[in-house]
Design a protein around this ligand. Structure first.
Ligand code: ATP
Length: 219
């Protein structure tokens, strides 16, 4: 646990980042600025090796995320889920991070609207808010009806203004973002068909993809 001081506000954005792209980076930066976070950690998820698609290894995904956030505070990388070499539940990640922080530090789990709607399928999902707040990245064009299973939770835990979130955990807020029509799937398809992905990923990530021949159709 850290020394006592001003409570920190830490965002966590999990994903496969295969590869990391401007949608992730803009999303993380915008949330960070809107909510006033000290740090947003990008947390690459462990993913079992996949045969049929030209996906990249955990090491390549991690290296690309590191390249993407270098010299880009407040974005950082947290590699703990890859270090375990097996799938981690978000709850495990939250518990292990919590153990490193002060009791009054705030953790903000950042999830897209789609991921949030799937929350009831997550391992021990009803305990997530014991460890963190949840910030839902909502888009003006997204379906705004939450599933039935989340209605009570939203009624009890959501606040209108993310800036009013208080305490170390337990609340939910929405942050509204202009949509960026980019996905890792699209980037992989572009690369597999020999098209350019310039400006969809940071230049350093593009240089790494090219140097290692990632996502080519023959991989
Ligand atoms: P894939 O296409 O392989 O499914 P992805 O582009 O959706 O990948 P992930 O690594 O699965 O990327 O996403 C991690 C997180 O980033 C998720 O919470 C997701 O909602 C968010 N995210 C992905 N793309 C965007 C985008 N264009 N704008 C904002 N957030 C995004």
């Amino acid at each position: 646990m850290r020394e006592t001081g001003t409570p920190r506000r830490i965002g966590l954005l999990g994903g496969t980042f295969d590869p990391v792209h401007i949608g992730h980076l803009r999303g993380a930066l915008e949330v960070s600025e809107m909510v006033g976070l000290d740090e947003v950690r990008l947390v690459p998820n462990f993913r079992p090796p996949h045969r049929e698609a030209p996906n990249s290894s955990a090491q390549d995904r991690l290296t690309m995320v590191r390249l993407a956030v270098q010299d880009l505070p407040p974005l950082t990388v947290d590699a703990r889920e890859l270090e375990r070499d097996k799938p981690s539940y978000t709850l495990d990640t939250l518990e292990s991070l919590r153990a490193e922080l002060n009791d009054d530090d705030q953790i903000f789990l950042i999830v897209g609207w789609d991921a949030f709607c799937g929350l009831p399928t997550w391992h021990r999902w009803d305990e997530l808010l014991d460890h963190c707040h949840i910030l839902v990245m909502q888009r003006p064009d997204a379906d705004s009806e939450p599933p039935e299973a989340l209605r009570d939770l939203l009624a009890a835990r959501s606040v209108n203004d993310p800036l009013t979130i208080a305490g170390s955990s337990g609340q939910i807020a929405f942050v509204w973002q202009a949509p960026l029509g980019v996905s890792a799937t699209r980037i992989r398809h572009f690369l597999a068909s020999g098209r350019s992905v310039r400006f969809l990923v940071p230049d350093a990530v593009l240089a790494y993809i090219n140097a290692h021949g990632l996502y080519r159709a023959s991989n």
